[in-house]
Every structure is written in C-alpha cells, then in structure tokens.
Design a binder for this molecule. Structure first.
Ligand code: 5GP
Length: 195
C-alpha cells in the first residue's frame, strides 16, 4: 500500500526555509504544500486561500472549536493553524506533504502523526549574532522588533536536538543546503511509499 509522508521544515525566521521549499517544489511539482490559516492581515500581494486562509479571530476560534485544525499556534499577536483537509487526504493518497510551520505546531504534530510517517527537518542558520547581523543588514529594524526576533529564534533553537535531519544553511552554504534538501526529498519520493 502507498504511504504518504509529512515532512516538516522548520528553523528560525531568516533561515531560508522558504527558499529551500520553493527549490524543492520547482524540481518536484508533485509535492503538496498545504495552505495554512492565520488571523494576521494579508501582506501586499498575498491572496486569500492561496498564500493563507485569512480568518478573523472569531472565525479562527469557531473553526478551532469545530475541529478544523490539525494543530494551532499563537505567534506574536496572531493565531496560525494547519487545516486538516489540507494534509490528511493527501497523506492517505500516499503523497509527500511539505509543511513549513513554527515550533509549537511541530510539537503537536509529533504527538499526532505516527513516527514513520513524519520527518522533521531543521534548517540551521547560525548563532543569534549571525542572524542579528543578517537582519540588521537587510532593512532598518527597531530594537523592539529585534528583541521579538531573538525570542522566536530562541524558541525554534530549542527543537534542534529533536529534529530528524539538520541542514546547514549558514552564510555561504545556500547551494549545498539546496542540494541536500533536494536530495532528501528525492530519496523520500523514491523510497517511502511502498509498505
Ligand atoms: P508569517 O506571518 O511570517 O507568514 O509566518 C510566521 C510564522 O508562522 C512562520 O514561522 C510560519 O512557519 C508559521 N506558520 C505559518 N502557518 C502556520 C501554521 O499553520 N501553524 C503553525 N504552527 N505555524 C505556522
């Protein structure tokens, strides 16, 4: 029988998760990238049901009480959640689902998804000092926002020892990181489906 696999890609903001995900999808369009939900406002260019399901806090809470989500998390002022229908049927069909979520959600899915069907990939982006330098060099940032980033960074890093795979994407490693991630996805696509 075909078995699906849920691959979670996680790591601090700015660690390059999105770049690696887009690269893997460009090579393997059959990957499923679930649309998740949030209560935060859409950013310019973001489209409802494509980038996120944009819910009000009330809608989100109602959906949550109806069992709509596989996991939920509060991140900053906002809630995030993975709709069950975006993941469960795809796993049942034997597909590879690639989900990019933060650490509170990862801990919930670890309890919910059988170990054999789950792979957690942590993207290593270096020390907080490296991240701080990267963030500061990109755009002006307030000390308050920087403190928030640091808090999130420290949260994500706590998970590192529990991840199944770690990919080194510190400065200067992007090309090898892309190759490693693509090879990993390819090996799962090739091997994990027949049981
Ligand atoms: P952003 O608001 O910048 O799009 O996302 C903020 C964070 O929320 C990112 O780290 C992203 O991985 C995470 N995130 C997005 N959707 C979900 C979700 O459904 N569940 C959880 N736990 N985290 C999510």
């Amino acid at each position: 029988m075909k078995r699906g696999k849920l691959v979670i890609i996680m790591g601090p903001t700015g660690s390059g998760k999105g770049t690696l995900e887009r690269y893997a999808l460009s090579l393997h369009p059959e990957l499923v990238i679930p649309v998740t939900a949030t209560t935060r406002a859409p950013r310019p260019g973001e489209i409802d049901t494509k980038d996120y399901y944009f819910f009000s806090h009330e809608e989100f809470d109602k959906k949550m009480s109806e069992g709509f989500f596989l996991e939920t998390a509060t991140y900053g002022q906002n809630k995030y959640g993975t709709p069950k229908h975006e993941v469960v049927p795809c796993l049942e069909e034997g597909k590879l689902v690639l989900l990019e979520i933060e650490v509170q959600g990862v801990r919930q899915l670890q309890k919910l998804i059988p170990k054999d069907d789950l792979l957690i990939v942590y993207i290593e982006a270096g020390s907080w000092e490296d991240m701080e330098q990267r963030v500061r060099s990109r755009a002006p940032i307030t000390e308050e926002e920087l403190a928030k980033r640091r808090h999130r960074y420290e949260d994500e890093v706590t998970f590192k020892p529990e991840a199944d795979v770690m990919i080194d994407n510190r400065d200067g490693h992007l090309e090898t990181a892309k190759k490693e991630f693509a090879d990993l996805i390819e090996s799962i696509l090739k091997t994990s489906y027949i049981s």
